[in-house]
Structure formats: C-alpha cells, structure tokens
Design a protein around this ligand. Structure first.
Ligand code: 5RP
Length: 219
C-alpha cells in the first residue's frame, strides 16, 4: 500500500515528461508541486526557467537556482503544472487550499496546457466535499459571505491568512457543486470577489493521477 506522499511523488516524477526542452514552465503551489520542483531542479539544464504562482514556490525555485520570470516578460507558456484539492472526471477542479488561487488562475490562463498532478484521494464524482476557497477584498468580506449563504454555502473566514495579494480567504462549506462552470461565473460576479477557487472555465487538459495501481493519464 503506497502512502499519499508516495503517490504525490509518483505524479511529480511523471509530470517531468510534459516539460518541453528549452521552455519556460508554469509552476503551481502546494505539497505535490513542491515535489515537482525537486524533480524540475534535476533537469533544470534543459529548461529556460519558470513562472511561479506564489511567493512560496518562487522561494523554492530560487533555492534551486531555477530562473523565475515575471509573467509579464513571457509571451507564451507551453505548460502549467499544478495540484488540486479536488478534481472531477470533466477535469474541473477546486483549488486554493494553499491560498494561491488567484495567481494560479492567472498563470493557468496563459498556459497552453494545464497538467494537474494529484493523488487518487483528490479524484471525486462531485466537487464540494473540500470547502471552496474564495479570495476576497477585505472590505467585502461580510457582504460576500452573506451572498454565499444565499447560494447554499457556509462560508468561514480562513483565520490568520493573508494572500500574496493582501486579501482574505473565505472557505465555503456544504456546497454540492453540480454545475461548476455556472457557479464559478456567479461567484466571480459578486463585487469584492477576486477569484473563486473553482477552475472549471479553465479546466485541466490532462490529469496525471497517482493510484495504488500506478500513474494514470486522464484527458
Ligand atoms: C494551492 C492549491 C494546491 O494546488 C492545492 O491546495 C493542492 O495542494 P497539495 O498538493 O498540497 O495537496 O490550489 O492554492
């Protein structure tokens, strides 16, 4: 029986196969991505560098002497590699467990291919078991929370967390997300919401899934 960490390591290693030579790679955030950064460091001679989705990943990349580019300096990103908190069979995701959702969504939007790396505990029939993170401008916190209650959720302020962009996170419990694209749209339109942790409009292109039976690619 493989542990969750062993499954994360297996997908981190597999993800290297998606990194083109001489490319700038979009790099996500989280414990699975941290393992991917270790693997990337081992092949850093064949890439130009990375665009990072968080201060935490930037620090790790720099510690490995991998050049980190500002997204504004980069015209195209062939791949973005990131984890997820939940992913369904349409490759819609919930992200933001590490509070990096806004920059993750920006880098993912630029990338030609989003490669999601996840262990099988993240693969679900319906999104919403994991509380949906929403990054909110601080002065809109109470208003947005009231609107989320109207949508059937139970928002909780993530205590002690300020995002890299200076905002707060509301984690919304109790949502059974049957229509992720529609819900993402509705939440995005609430004044004061910076980013909704649903990644459905820009879903993953490939899921590299770590299972007890081996690593599977789902498209
Ligand atoms: C960070 C994220 C991460 O991708 C997500 O939380 C998964 O993290 P981990 O690989 O540690 O399980 O969205 O904002």
């Amino acid at each position: 029986m493989l542990t969750q960490d062993q499954l994360k390591l297996a997908v981190a290693k597999k993800a290297i196969e998606f990194v083109p030579d001489d490319s700038i790679v979009g790099v996500g955030t989280g414990s699975t991505v941290n393992l991917f950064i270790e693997e990337l460091a081992a092949i850093k001679g064949r890439i130009r560098g990375a665009v990072s989705s968080s201060d935490a990943s930037t620090a790790r990349l720099k510690a490995h002497h991998i050049p980190v580019f500002d997204l504004n300096e980069v015209d195209a990103l062939p791949v973005y590699i990131d984890g997820a908190d939940e992913i369904n069979h349409h490759l819609h995701m919930i992200k933001g467990g590490g509070a990096a959702l806004t920059r993750e969504k920006i880098v993912a939007s630029v990338a030609e291919q989003f490669i999601c790396i996840a262990d099988e505990t993240k693969y679900v029939a319906m999104l919403g078991g994991f509380p949906l993170p929403i990054e909110v401008i601080p002065m809109a916190r109470s208003y947005v929370a009231r609107e989320l209650v109207k949508l059937g959720g139970h928002p909780e302020l993530r205590q002690g967390v300020t995002t890299d962009n200076g905002n707060v996170i509301l984690d919304v419990h109790g949502l059974k997300i049957q229509k992720p694209v529609e819900l993402e749209e509705i939440i995005n339109h609430l004044a004061g919401v910076v980013t909704c942790g649903l990644f459905a409009r820009r879903r993953a292109d490939v899921l590299v899934l770590g299972r007890q039976s081996g690593v599977e690619e789902i498209r």
